[in-house]
Ligand binder design. Structure first.
Ligand SMILES: Cc1cc2nc3c(=O)[nH]c(=O)nc-3n(C[C@H](O)[C@H](O)[C@H](O)COP(=O)(O)OP(=O)(O)OC[C@H]3O[C@@H](n4cnc5c(N)ncnc54)[C@H](O)[C@@H]3O)c2cc1C
Length: 488
C-alpha cells in the first residue's frame, strides 16, 4: 500500500469512529412503514453508500429518511437463495483493507469468514479449439504475436496493464500528470504495439463495456487499488489464484445491509423511487413515483448515476454533474449459477473451469471450502457481452448458456443443474456492476462530479477516490455525511 493511502486512512477512520461511537445502532424490529414527510436529511438509495451516510447522520442526532426504489435494501449486495443453495449475485469479497466494511460488520455483529469457493484450473476455448493453458504459447489458434504469445489470454488485460502501471499510489489517478492515460484502453494498447488478436482476447476480461469504450486511466486506477490489496503479480489472473486476502459475510452478503437498515431509527422506505428533486433556499423536496413528497434540509443522492439519469432536478445541475450523469458508463454483468451433479472433468480429463471467446465468456468451477468437492459452476459474462443478451429474461439467457456449454464441452450435458442467475444490466436502478470512465471523462468531470450542489450531496461507488467496491460505497457515504455535518 502506498504511503499516501496509509497516511490518509487512519485519520478518516478516526473521525468516523468518533462519530459512530455515539451512535445508537440497535433498532427494534418493525414493519417498513411509510415514515415521516419532513426530515433533516433525505437519502436516495439503500445501498451501502446510502445506509452508511444514514447511520452516521442519525448517530449525530439528525433525522433521516432513506428511500429505496426496489423492494429490498442492499443494492449491489444481493444474495440469491434457492433450493438450499446460496448464491452471491453481487458483491461477495471483503478485501483485507476494507476498514469501514469490517468496522460495520463488527459493530452490527455480522460475521466474516475467510472460507469462500476455491477456484480450479481453466480449459481454454479460443478460435474454435479447446486446449490446456500449457499448450497456448505454441497453439495454431493463438493468433497473438511475439512475446504476447506466451501470455495466457485470461492474464492479457490485467497483466499488460499492470506491467505498464504508471503509478502505484491509489490517489494518483486524479493527478493532472496522469491525464495522458485518459484515452481509449484499446487505442492505448495499439500505441504500445499490442496486436488486434491480443486486444480481442483482453477485451473478454475487461470490467467495463469494452476496451474501446473505457479509459486506460480507469483501468490503471483499479489496478493501483488492487495492488494495494496484494495483487502484484502480472503473471497471475486478478480473479482466482492470486495472493489477495479476502473475507466473506457469514450467511450471505445481504446480511450486512439488512443489519445496517435494521439499526436505523427510521425504517427505509422501500418501493419508493425518487423521480424529481426541487431545491429551494432552505430545503430540498424529493418527489417519489407515487406522488408523495418528502422534504429535507439536505439530500444525499446515493443512487448510481445510471439511475440518477431518470431523476429530474430543478434547477438543473451544473455542467460537471449533468455531464457525468448523462455520460455515466457502467459494465453490465450477468451470472448463472449451476449445481454440478456429475464430475464432467473426470469424463473428459480436462480442467474443470472454462475461459472462452464465446458469448458466455467464463465458467468458474468452484471447490467447496467445507467438503473440498467441486460442486458449483458460475458462468460470468461482463460488459458488451452481457448487454448483447440483456434483451431477454435471465432464465432464457441460461438456456443459451447451457446450449453453448454443451457444444464446447459435451461431458457437461446431464452434469449441471441450473439454479439461478441475475443480470445487473437489466436492473433499472443500477444498470451494471460498476461505474467506469470513458476516454476523456476523467479529465472532463472526475474531480467535479461528486461535489455538493447547494443542499444536494452525492455518494456511491461511482464517486470513489481511494477505495473500490463495497468499501468505496462506505467511503463516499461517509464523505457525504461529513459534508452535511460540517454545515449543520
Ligand atoms: C456482480 C458484482 C460483483 C461485485 N463484487 C464485488 C466484490 O466481490 N467486492 C466488492 O467490494 N465489491 C463488489 N462489487 C461492487 C459493490 O457491490 C458496489 O461497489 C457497492 O455495493 C455499491 O454500493 P452503492 O451504495 O454505491 O450502490 P448500490 O449498491 O447500487 O445502491 C444504490 C441503491 O440505489 C437505489 N436506487 C436507484 N435509483 C433510485 C431512485 N430513483 N430512488 C431510490 N432508490 C434508487 C438502487 O435500487 C440501489 O439499491 C460487485 C458488484 C457486482 C454487481
Amino acid at each position: 500500500m502506498s504511503q499516501g493511502v496509509r497516511s490518509f486512512l487512519p485519520s478518516r477512520r478516526a473521525v468516523v469512529g468518533g462519530l459512530l461511537a455515539s451512535a445508537p445502532l440497535l433498532g427494534s424490529a418493525r414493519a417498513w412503514a411509510k415514515g415521516p414527510q419532513s426530515v433533516d436529511v433525505v437519502i436516495i438509495g439503500a445501498g451501502l453508500a446510502g445506509l452508511n451516510a444514514a447511520a452516521i447522520l442519525e448517530g449525530q442526532g439528525l433525522s433521516v429518511q432513506v428511500v429505496e426504489a426496489s423492494d429490498r435494501v442492499g443494492g449491489r449486495l444481493r444474495t440469491g437463495r434457492a433450493d438450499g443453495y446460496q448464491a452471491e449475485l453481487g458483491a461477495s469479497e471483503v478485501g483485507a483493507l476494507y476498514g469501514r466494511v469490517r468496522d460495520a460488520c463488527s459493530r452490527l455483529n455480522v460475521g466474516l469468514t475467510n472460507k469462500g469457493g476455491i477456484p480450479t484450473d481453466f480449459l481454454l476455448h479460443v478460435n474454435g479449439a479447446s486446449l490446456r493453458p500449457e499448450d497456448w504459447a505454441t497453439a495454431p489458434v493463438n493468433m497473438t504475436r511475439g512475446a504476447e504469445r506466451t501470455i495466457l489470454p485470461y492474464i492479457l488485460q490485467t497483466g499488460l496493464f499492470q506491467r505498464w502501471l504508471p503509478f502505484k499510489d491509489t490517489a494518483a489517478w486524479l493527478d493532472p500528470s496522469n491525464l495522458a492515460y485518459d484515452v481509449s484502453a484499446a487505442e492505448f494498447m495499439r500505441a504500445k504495439g499490442v496486436s488486434e488478436a491480443a486486444i480481442r482476447l483482453a477485451d473478454i476480461d475487461v470490467n467495463g463495456p469494452s476496451l474501446e469504450s473505457i479509459s486506460a486511466l480507469s483501468i490503471f486506477r483499479d489496478l493501483a487499488r488492487a495492488r494495494a490489496e496484494g495483487f502484484t503479480d502480472p503473471n497471475k489472473p486478478q480473479y482466482g489464484v492470486n495472493n489477495m486476502e479476502r473475507s466473506y459475510i457469514v450467511g450471505g452478503s445481504d446480511v450486512l445491509p439488512k443489519a445496517m437498515a435494521a439499526a436505523l431509527k427510521t425504517p427505509v422506505r422501500l418501493l419508493s423511487p425518487a423521480v424529481a428533486v426541487d431545491q429551494g433556499d432552505d430545503k430540498v423536496r424529493v418527489q417519489l413515483a407515487n406522488g408523495d413528497v418528502l422534504t429535507g434540509k439536505h439530500l444525499v443522492v446515493a443512487a448510481p448515476y445510471s439511475a440518477v439519469r431518470n431523476i429530474r432536478f430543478t434547477p438543473g445541475l451544473p455542467d460537471a454533474q449533468a455531464d457525468a450523469i448523462a455520460g455515466a458508463l457502467y459494465s453490465a454483468t450477468t451470472q448463472f449459477h449451476f449445481r454440478i451433479t456429475k464430475p464432467y472433468w473426470e469424463k473428459d480429463g480436462l480442467p474443470p473451469s472454462l475461459w472462452t471467446d464465446l458469448p458466455f465468456e467464463r465458467a468458474f468451477a468452484l471447490k467447496s471450502p467445507e467438503t473440498g468437492a467441486i460442486d458449483t459452476l458460475i458462468v460470468w459474462v461482463n460488459g458488451d457481452g452481457a448487454t448483447r443478451w440483456d434483451d431477454r429474461e435471465v432464465e432464457l439467457q441460461s438456456d443459451l448458456v447451457r446450449a453453448e456449454l454443451a457444444k464446447v464441452r459435451p461431458s457437461m450435458v446431464g452434469s449441471l443443474e441450473y439454479i439461478l442467475g441475475y443480470s445487473w444490466g437489466r436492473n433499472p436502478y443500477v444498470r451494471g456492476n460498476k461505474h467506469v470512465f470513458g476516454p476523456g471523462q476523467v479529465k472532463r468531470f472526475a474531480t467535479e462530479m461528486g461535489k455538493p450542489v447547494g443542499r444536494i450531496h452525492f455518494a456511491g461507488e461511482h464517486l470513489r477516490r481511494l477505495e473500490h467496491g463495497m468499501e468505496s460505497a462506505m467511503e463516499t457515504g461517509e464523505a457525504a455525511a461529513l459534508e452535511i455535518l460540517e454545515k449543520a
